[in-house]
Design a binder for this molecule. Structure first.
Ligand code: BTN
Length: 264
């Protein structure tokens, strides 16, 4: 798989020499954090054919069977304080959408904050993890991307079969995982050069974000609140008008969109 990806990347691609492939691994994000702590450079890429402990946002697992998905993490070393990287997950989601569109012609939507979706179903997700030092500077960021690629109807386990889709199901075509991976890496590397312009990046995110304008519910612990998503703010938080009329910028928690993932 590594050689297939390399053959689809230009010779000048700056991360070419730092691509690590694993047949199976617990989590590419966990391994990337270990490698980053041990000094691995900006642009170190980890790709696995399968994960036994793939992780998602809010402590969830990410189903990562062999041979059908893309499971990749990249170590980034942006030279800035953590509060200037609030938009990183949004920027990575847009870059992943760019890569998928370049490879397949299909542009996924983004369900705030970190789910890539097609129609009402989840195509993949982003998990961004930061290591910040005592002065608030970012030592490294690990951006993890998981994409369902080759699954056919009936391939997903029962707990996600109504929620999940794949590039194959969405496009109706066989998917070249190495080509999609290469296009995502190209888009990520380009995104790194544009991270400084957070507002331009967030404008792109707003165009892809299917949550804006939808009836939603926000779940935090035992509390569920209903409202309407109005916008994404200048830090990437979701601006919500709750049913009691007050408006709040929601930066964390689970947001369900009415009509998606079985939420009625
Ligand atoms: C989510 O759905 O909340 C995010 C899923 C992110 C999954 C990817 S797969 C590669 C990387 N390694 C992980 O353990 N997680 C991310």
């Amino acid at each position: 798989m590594k050689n297939e990806i390399l053959s689809r990347l230009p010779a000048s691609f700056p991360w070419r020499g730092n691509i690590h492939h694993f047949d199976t691994i617990g989590s590419t994000n966990t391994k990337a954090k270990e490698m980053a702590a041990a000094g691995a450079p900006h642009g170190t890429v980890l790709i696995a054919d399968s994960q036994t402990g793939g992780r998602g946002r809010m402590g969830r697992s990410f189903h990562s069977p062999a041979g059908t998905g893309i499971y990749l993490s990249v170590i980034l070393r942006p030279n800035c304080p953590a509060q200037e990287l609030m938009h990183l997950t949004c920027a990575v989601a847009v870059a992943a959408a760019d890569g998928i569109e370049a490879a397949t012609g299909l542009r996924p939507g983004i369900k705030w904050t970190n789910d890539l979706v097609f129609g009402r179903q989840k195509l993949g997700g982003i998990l961004t993890e930061l290591s910040v030092n005592t002065t608030g500077a970012v030592e490294f960021a690990v951006v993890g991307i998981g994409i369902n690629c080759g699954q056919k109807a009936g391939d997903f386990p029962p707990e996600i079969e109504n929620i999940a889709t794949s590039l194959r199901l969405s496009t109706g075509k066989q998917v070249d995982r190495a080509h999609v991976t290469a296009q995502i890496l190209l888009a990520l590397e380009k995104m790194c050069g544009q991270l400084g312009d957070a507002q331009a990046m967030l404008n792109r995110y707003r165009k892809d974000c299917i949550t804006i304008g939808q009836e939603i519910s926000v779940v935090r612990g035992d509390e569920i609140r209903h409202g309407k998503a109005l916008d994404v703010d200048t830090a990437g938080a979701l601006v919500v008008e709750f049913s009691d009329g007050h408006i709040e910028n929601v930066a964390s928690g689970e947001v369900s969109v009415r009509g998606m993932y079985g939420y009625v």
